[in-house]
Design a protein around this ligand. Sequence first.
Ligand SMILES: [Zn+2]
Length: 220
Amino acid sequence: MKYEKLRRELVRFGKRIADEHLVVGPGGNMSARSRNVMLIKASGVPFEEVKEEDYIPVGIASGKVLEKRGRPSSELPMHLACYRVRDDVKAVVHTHSPFATGVASAGVTLRPMFPDFVAIIGSDVPTLPFAMPCGEEIAELVSGAIVKANAALLGNHGIIAVGHNLREAFYRAMLVEAAAQALVAGTSVGKMRFLNREEVAKIRALSQVQYRVNLLKKGE
Ligand SMILES: [Zn+2]
């Protein structure tokens, strides 16, 4: 089977998405890029049941399905848009993480609140208005955000995170959910204090943070 190693990684991180309860049942989807092709999860297959052959190759420029087997995720346009606007994006994770979806649906933006938020997500996390799933409207909104951000909250829907590899995209998705949980916890007991610009810049410049960021970027 072609793209064997990438398929193995997709299955492995798909199981982790299910284990971490970032989706329920067949919700959410994931893809990874190999040069000018992306492998995207087949429509309707839950992450905990997904097999290597359930990842369908699609041409990034053409949007054409390259294997006549199964049907790619209905969020295909959103995934294609991420790869088309950024050459450095090699993986896209889309989940329906409960806390992040709640925060997104309240129209609240996640702001840097702890060092790992700055180090791992590495950008702001914009909150996008609701757009009908599965179409060009949501793809356009997402690509507009992903041009300058590594993750975004999708109003009344979920989250999207991209990375230089699957591991980075997965950890970014995890961090977005952790930050949403921290925001809910913080605001329920008091007034949240966020990191200011100066603190964010200093955290980014820490050699320990840069070392960890570079380590995460390595590999596939
Ligand atoms: Zn979705």
